[in-house]
Design a protein around this ligand. Structure first.
Ligand SMILES: [Cu+2]
Length: 164
């Protein structure tokens, strides 16, 4: 009996903590095409669910392309930030740390202007489906995680109290 209760406690804890931490996804930008010219990145991004904690991976032959994070205007007009801000490894990983709009362009030649090598995504807060409609999105994401933790501990505490 005690064993069953212990297992229940463990499950209660895991089921409340895990959703907040292990659902992070990895997106290979452009999938098998990678980060390249003449690819429709808007079509690629459409319908994808980008969340805080997810990771973008830009794959390309080194020196063929670069990755530059820009703002909306930089995206629209292909304005390159200083070259030293460019990611150049050929397998650049970007963890989406905050919700909101994110823009990336290639800094090589006229890849952005002439060949459409630019990506625009909107990152949603971490929790997949908040029970309450989020109004200030950022605050809610943090709150939900805290609530999940709190609830998990509460369930475990109640279970323990009943067990002994
Ligand atoms: Cu390029």
């Amino acid at each position: 009996m005690a064993l069953h209760r212990s297992i229940f406690i463990i499950f209660a804890l895991i089921s409340t903590i895990v959703p907040a931490t292990t659902l992070a996804k990895e997106f290979i930008v452009g999938d098998e095409k990678g980060w390249t010219i003449n690819f429709n990145y808007q079509a690629w991004a459409e319908g994808k669910d980008f969340r805080v904690g997810d990771k973008l991976v830009f794959k390309y032959p080194v020196q063929a392309h670069t990755v530059l994070k820009v703002n909306g205007t930089g995206f629209q007009d292909c304005i390159k930030p200083p070259a030293n801000e460019a990611l150049t490894s050929g397998s650049d990983e970007i963890v989406l740390a905050t919700p909101g709009r994110k823009w990336y362009i290639c800094g090589v030649g006229k890849h952005c202007e002439s060949a459409g090598q630019k990506l625009f995504i909107t990152v949603q807060p971490q929790s997949p489906a908040p029970a309450i409609a989020p109004s200030p999105m950022q605050a809610m994401a943090v709150k939900n995680t805290v609530y999940q933790l709190f609830f998990g501990i509460l369930v475990a505490a109640v279970t323990l109290a009943l067990a002994f």
